[in-house]
Design a protein around this ligand. Sequence first.
Ligand SMILES: [Zn+2]
Length: 305
Amino acid sequence: MTLRSPFSALTSALTSALTRSLAIAAVLAAFTLPASAQAPYTGPLFDAHLHYNDEATARYPIADVLGRMQRSGVRAIVANSRPNDGTKALAAAREATRRAGVTVVPFVRLYRNRADYSGWHADPSIVEMVQRELAAGTEAGPYRGLGEFHLYDSANADGPTARRLMQLAEERGLAVLAHVDDVAIVKLFAHAPKAKLIWAHSGIGDVPIARVRELMQRHPTLMGELSYRPGLTVTDDRLSPAWRALLTEMPDRFLVGSDTWVNGRWDDYEALMQQARRWLGDLPPAAARRVGWENGAALFGLAAP
Ligand SMILES: [Zn+2]
């Protein structure tokens, strides 16, 4: 045994005090984690809003886009494109999509060209085009939905082609991906009350969250896709309190999407999916998995990856 000098006794007392305060600090830290310390969602993703338009196909060949999905953990996509050739090319790449572990859920786009964006709702030739596409199907199987379509004036939701296509979707169990406002959502459901309607961006144009909740409660087959939704997050990895409450309250009603409507979104694809993983990480884990994967998989009957 060695005698301890007064100095070493002091050192020892200080060390144990320091150890104690470090332990207390660690316990406190566990309860007051900074916003950036939560874990992102790591499960599979279902990208419920993906375009593979004609300006993207040459610049981002099939192997390239599948690589982006694979590196992002995206295991299924709602594929649609202007014109429908991009979707058909993805659907035809059976071996490449199988290797990448990506299931293609094809939708018929209503647009043959940019002019169709504003006039489709009253154009009978769009109904004929959709019927031809549905009859032909894709190499990945039958089309599972219609859209994305836009209605810049919600009154056009009552256009003859809009009405007919909603009824067709309801009759055939097809989902519909619609970029519209809350007024148009009500009108579209008036044509086809049981249609599976996916609300692209869940009210991008200033629709209050209370109105989104109200429409979700009123229409049990309405789903909300969350790309570009203003007010969804407050920081990169924190949902706003109101959205966190809604997604926690209705975890089976929302979906994640990339919306690759311009080529820049393809450049950012992996960053966009990482961003989704960070805010999904702000939800209870079971809710994150539903929004990230299970809701899309359930909508189209996909097996767990
Ligand atoms: Zn879109």
